[in-house]
Design a protein around this ligand. Structure first.
Ligand code: IFM
Length: 455
């Protein structure tokens, strides 16, 4: 789109006719009903209960009460005009202690949800793991333990046998960097541990479970389309000097290549392995082959680039993330840089050539305010969305195998360590009344989707 065109005028018909439009959610962030129908505790119930972990002291115990209000929420998704609804299954609803006895009521819930999605003319896109590990497994080491890989495979087997007649799109894991590095090293997400060695072992097990579960789903679900979703970041050096350029490569190794390289059959990146030294994970024979199991698509969650500089003495890689002044940011402080999304997708295409790429999340948080008419005119979120759609279109035009875009998120929800202080939804949730109010960004997206051709 040329510079004189306002992104807000982007039209759906500028995209290929079969480009897939969707919206995303995740179980712990919206479902609530934490103690209902036999659900066991997850690491996020446990983590949220610890003082000081969640900024507003909240938890996902009630969240959007989606467990009871899912028909209304699916109506909202349908009315937007999306053709795909991405959700995640809560592992502790199916296996309250992670393994062993199956909780039938949990499976019945997802039966109803999947049927509801299909009845409304949408495709279910199911994520198996969006961070709510059963707490009982965490007590045995969580993702640090190889036994969790077996437990995940069993869970993937049970869910894919049950729902595979209706669900054809499967995402094994959402954002392993977040579940492992933020959870086991930075300590800011559940389970709140702070060892880099543990985090790298956890990453290895998550990637391994992805590969092994892919094989299981492929057997159980004829015609399944299977992938993994990564949070990927363009890395920008703070300057052109050699030290900052080298810092960029080091940071990219951990942030992006640590996941992409093994998934695409290259093993862990050697430069990062050398830097990690003895912190590297224990890898058994055939693990790397399993991790590189062929998939049908790569899910990319894009939010922001990171600017880095060389910072001698900074653990673990002598790299510091720089908060560049005078750049546009969302209320979270995340830099708004849609053109960097295009660069990122071009790089993924060039370096890894995934069979298909889907943007499985992209969205923004801003402070939503009601006007006198009781509406939320969230111009910033609307513009953010439009600009990223332009960047998606630019990627397609530049030859990226990008086949779909999912907005994060259908609803405001429990934003992990930020609690309910951050709102990413196209739909506002009044948490007192559970009233849903479509924001202007949601209305704009619906107008965009209704223009011209329908998938
Ligand atoms: O809310 C999260 C989501 O769970 C994973 N991707 C990023 C979103 C915004 O932080």
């Amino acid at each position: 789109m040329s510079a004189h065109n306002d992104p807000i005028h982007i039209k759906r018909e500028q995209f290929p006719e079969d480009f897939l439009w969707g919206c995303s959610t995740s179980s712990y962030q919206i479902e609530g009903a934490a103690n209902e129908d036999g659900r066991g505790p997850s690491i996020w119930d446990e983590f949220s209960a610890q003082p000081g972990r969640i900024l507003d002291g909240s938890s996902g115990a009630i969240a959007c009460d989606h467990y009871h209000r899912w028909p209304e929420d699916l109506d909202l998704a349908r009315d937007l005009g999306v053709k795909a609804y991405r959700f995640s299954v809560s592992w502790p609803r199916i296996f309250p202690v992670g393994t062993g006895e199956i909780e039938e009521r949990g499976l019945e819930f997802y039966d109803r949800l999947v049927d509801g999605i299909i009845e409304r003319g949408m495709e279910p896109w199911l994520t198996l793991y969006h961070w709510d590990l059963p707490q009982a497994l965490q007590l045995q080491g969580g993702w640090k333990s190889r036994a969790t890989v077996d437990a995940f495979n069993n869970y993937a087997d049970v869910v894919s046998r049950r729902l595979g007649d209706r669900v054809k799109h499967w995402i094994t894991h959402n954002e392993p960097w977040c579940s492992c590095i933020m959870g086991y090293y930075e300590g800011v997400h559940a389970p709140g541990e702070t060892s880099l060695q543990s985090a790298l072992q956890a990453c290895h097990h998550v990637l391994l479970s992805h590969g092994q579960a892919t094989k299981i789903i492929r057997t159980n679900v004829p015609g399944a389309q299977i992938g993994i979703t990564l949070s990927l970041h363009p890395i920008i050096p703070a300057s052109d000097n050699a030290a900052d350029l080298a810092a960029k490569v080091r940071h990219d190794g951990m942030r992006n290549r640590w996941f992409l390289d093994p998934l695409y059959g290259r093993g862990y990146p050697q430069d990062t392995v050398s830097l990690m030294g003895e912190l590297c994970p224990q890898v058994f024979d055939n693990d790397m082959e399993d991790i590189a199991m062929p998939t049908d698509f790569l899910g990319v969650n894009y939010y922001f680039p990171e600017v880095v500089k060389d910072a001698p003495g900074t653990y673990p890689f002598n790299v510091e993330i720089v908060e560049t002044p005078n750049v546009e940011r969302t209320a979270f402080g995340w830099q708004v840089a849609p053109e960097k999304m295009t660069e990122l997708l071009l790089r993924i295409q060039a370096d890894y050539a995934p069979a298909n790429i889907y943007l499985t999340e992209n969205g923004s948080t801003y402070d939503d305010v009601f006007n006198a008419a009781g509406e939320i005119i969230d111009e910033q979120r609307k513009r953010y969305l439009a600009r990223h759609l332009v960047a998606a279109l630019d990627s397609v035009k530049a030859g990226v195998n990008l086949n779909g875009y999912f907005v994060w998120s259908l609803l405001d929800n429990f934003e992990w360590a930020q609690g309910y202080l951050r709102r990413f939804g196209l739909t506002y949730i009044d948490y007192q009344t559970q009233r849903r109010i479509l924001k202007e960004s949601g209305k704009w997206f619906a107008r965009f989707l209704k223009s011209e051709h329908q998938r």
